[in-house]
Every structure is written in structure tokens, then in C-alpha cells.
Design a protein around this ligand. Sequence first.
Ligand code: NI
Ligand code: MN
Length: 248
Amino acid sequence: MGKSASFDSSKKTKFAQNLHTLMLKYLGHSCFSIEINGKNLIIDPFITGNPLASHIDIQSLKADYILVSHGHGDHIADCVELAKITNAKVISNHEIITWLNSFGVEGIAMNQGGSLFLEFGTVKMVYAAHSSSFPDGSYAGHSNGFVIWNSDLCFYFAGDTALSMEMKLLPLTCPKLDFAILPIGDVFTMGVDDALIASQFCEVDTIIAAHFDTFPPIQLDHLVAEKKFKSNSKRLIIPKIGETINWK
Ligand code: NI
Ligand code: MN
């Protein structure tokens, strides 16, 4: 038997090699603003409809790209307005980009397994075990996650998802993860116990929590969650809305 296949590290993109920083700001629910290699990304914009995020002013946000994991309102509600404010391009699946085009928003369509090579690094769209439809009920394609990397770092944004065996593919098909943003609030996505197994499946030691506390059904016991990860030698970061995390 030969050595089993794994990620070819020569595929790491070689952009801006001296920049070892990533700045990540939590905007509530599953929404993050990320500065990476001088570019600003916003993932899953849902701010104005989130009462916990009323101190976040979307007029002040900067974005070169907006990434959208799926069509549910709690991930896409501010996308059209934010794209118009920032002039950002949206990265999502074909169905969502086509829908956004009808509102005059431009985007780049992709699908699961595909990678885009952009000026800040590589964006790979990966599997998520979740449903997806637009706020009007129409079909929004499949739900997705993203793995984003450059020559310095790599992270996984899982989107809304259940625990799935496909997460075991990430160590084989992507660089080693520095951190993962995982949904943890239960009911509509994984809860704490499954998110812990997910972190083991994708071989990541630092986890940033998402999709918790926004609505009563997804209220998270922060202490219990942190303890469970800690007792498995994992670090769980439960971000505060508006908090900035500097990476490295
Ligand atoms: Ni959803
Ligand atoms: Mn959701």
C-alpha cells in the first residue's frame, strides 16, 4: 500500500508572504468581518435584523468580498444593501449569485469542491449538511461552508451545518487549519457536543463559536461549552459582538 493521498502543500497560494496577520471581528450570529492580506471579507451578513447587534452600523463596514454560505435570512438579510454600500463582490453558489444579480448585485459563482484563487488567497467551497432557501421560500441551491487560506494561514467557516463525515475530508484536501468557525447553538445546527467531534474530524484545535444566543432556542451555556472543549484539549473562543480578534 502506498502513502495515502493528502493535500499537496505546493498548492498553497503565494500571496503577500510577509503578512502573518488576520484580523477578525464578530458582527453577531454567524457574521464575521475578516481582514486578510489587505482585503476585507464579510461572511454571512445578518446585522440589522439581529437585536443583539444593534450597536453595529452597517454603513461603517468595509468589504471587498461578501461570502454567503446559504440563502436563509439569518445569513443573507443584509447582503444586497451591504454590497451596494461597499461595492463588494459576493462569493456564493450559482443560485444565490443569480438571485443577487436580479437586485443589481455582482458576484462570483462557485460550487462544492471548487476553489477560487483571489488576491488575498484561496477560497474553497465545501459541503454543509443543512437546508437552504431564500426568504421568499424559493430554491437557493445547497448550503455550503468555506475553507480560506494563503501561504500563512488557513481557516474553515462551516456555515450552518450538522456534524458530517465530510469534515474528515478537510485535512486531506486543505492545508492544516489554524482555526475553525463552527456553529454551536444547537436546534438549527450542531450543538456543543457535535461541534467538538467536528473539531476532531477536521483536526483543528482552536474553534470560534457562531450561531448562538441570537434567538431563544439557540441560547448557549458559555461555561459548559468552554469546559467541554477544554477537557478535550481544544480552545473554544466565544466572541462578543463587536470584538476584534487579532490572529498571530
Ligand atoms: Ni440556515
Ligand atoms: Mn442559520
